[in-house]
Design a protein around this ligand. Structure first.
Ligand code: HAM
Length: 431
């Protein structure tokens, strides 16, 4: 029997996995610099959390949940997104609730039963940030600024930010009726999916990408004309704050997003080289969600970045040579020296030395190969130096594999480690 990775999932292999880790590290650094602290929630939650949180009429809840029963018959669901779980965790934690606002982040896999295609998977990863407890437009601006900063840090300085307002409990129902009324008069010119949305969630029709539906969509009433005074001034203040921050946005009155919890500001960030699935991430304000999940009034805003798409957008550039190629490969001259090779390798990495920064990358043979085969492996893996053990009266022997030259006289391990470190810092021996 031959096993295959399940449909819609994939393995993240080196060097992508290394690039992936690098991106997560950069994102964590930026999140930390804005004061966002990480929360790790379980991969599965009570199904009801998503039905209530994400919304019964959304595609996610209607068609895409991975739901199962545990041995006691409880209905559980693999999380399709991170916001509802984070709000649940917030409501369960008194210390988090005391922070006003609470700035929180998360990072991990999400699951949606979607039709797989490039940039769309059934298990995908998100990096998310949520700011709970502020209704101010400055919070919206901080969020979008944070998103853009993460994009810059990972090497995507030219993303497009789409911005819209969906109104609130006062003006959105009125707008929804206008939209229902309008599409009701043009149902025959809409696609099958749109006709289904007409009953379940008419605002989602605005997001339809089918070319044949576009003429009808173009004539639909704009949400921006329907905003109440409070929503209108909030939206204007968000745009003004972003202008002062130097962040260019495109107002997109048809941006509606696929989750039900949004109020007022919604946004998406697109990268030009992603094809059909061009949204690297998105988010918005959800002023009612905390209450809907059992908390007190806590206006909030957040976003999630799709890590898979981030990787696609930034390209699978070869990771820094320093990450992939060993600084040294230890070659045991005789089989009896294999254990000494392990000991020397551990000492040379400098793992326990405080203040030495990232340990050196040092590898050794565990296949019982001859010394000459070990040399071949060392050069295949791109090792910059080879260190021969056992040491003789002269100390360890070292060869620079790039220059093909023997180096260092009578080094002990400490001297050797310091020397290798200096070599790495200087980029010496790098190919
Ligand atoms: P979302 O727009 O559903 O929002 O997802 C955010 C991002 O996750 C998308 O822009 C995309 O990059 C990525 N993504 C979504 N589905 C897939 C998929 N099937 N395969 C690959 N990537 C995907 C949310 O999830 C909200 N929780 C965002 C949010 C946070 N709103 C407020 N706070």
């Amino acid at each position: 029997m031959k096993f295959q990775v399940p449909r819609g999932t994939r393995d993240i292999l080196p060097p992508d996995s290394e690039r992936w880790a690098e991106m997560e590290e950069q994102a964590r650094r930026i999140l930390g610099s804005y004061g966002y602290r990480e929360v790790r929630t379980p991969i599965f939650e009570a199904t009801e959390l998503f039905v209530r949180g994400v919304g019964e009429s959304t595609d996610i809840v209607r068609k895409e949940l991975y739901t199962f029963q545990d041995r006691k018959g409880r209905s559980l669901t693999l999380r399709p997104e991170g916001t509802a779980p984070l709000v649940r965790a917030y409501l369960e934690s008194a210390p988090l609730r005391q922070e006003t606002p609470a700035r929180l982040s998360y990072l991990g896999p999400m699951f949606r039963y979607e039709r797989p295609q490039a940039g769309r998977y059934r298990q995908f990863w998100q990096i998310g940030a949520e700011l709970l407890g502020s209704k101010e437009p400055t919070a919206d601006a901080e969020m979008i600024d944070l998103f853009v900063s993460i994009m810059r840090a990972v090497g995507l300085p030219n993303v497009k930010v789409l911005l819209n307002s969906l109104g609130d409990g006062a003006c959105r129902p009125v707008y929804r009726e206008q939209v229902r009324d309008y599409f009701g008069r043009h149902l025959d010119r809409l696609c099958e999916d749109d006709r289904e949305r007409f009953t379940s969630n008419p605002l989602r029709i605005l997001d339809c990408k089918i070319p044949a539906c576009q003429p009808v969509l173009a004539g639909a009433p704009s949400v921006l004309d329907a905003l109440c005074d409070d929503c209108r001034s909030h939206f204007a203040a968000v745009q003004e704050a972003l202008r002062l921050l130097g962040i260019e946005v495109e107002v997109a009155p048809r941006l509606v997003r696929g989750l039900d919890y949004y109020t007022r500001t919604v946004f998406e960030v697109h990268a030009s080289n992603l094809g059909a699935q061009s949204a690297v991430g998105g988010g918005g304000r959800y002023d009612q969600l905390v209450q809907e999940l059992g908390g007190s009034e806590t206006p909030s805003i957040g976003f999630s970045i799709g890590t898979d798409r981030l990787l696609l957008a930034t390209g699978t550039a070869r990771p820094e040579a320093a990450l992939a190629e060993p600084d040294a490969y230890i070659v045991a001259r005789q089989p009896e020296a294999a254990t000494e090779a392990l000991t020397a390798a551990r000492a040379l990495r400098g793992i326990l030395d405080p203040g030495e920064g990232r340990p050196l990358r040092v590898m050794t043979d565990v296949q019982g190969r001859s010394a000459s085969s070990q040399m071949k492996v060392a050069s295949r893996v791109g090792a910059r130096h080879v260190v021969f053990v056992p040491r003789d009266a002269e100390g360890f022997a070292v060869r620079d594999m790039v220059l093909g030259k023997d180096e260092m006289k009578q080094p002990d391990l400490d001297t050797l480690r310091t020397w290798l470190r200096a070599r790495r810092a200087a980029g010496g021996g790098s190919r």
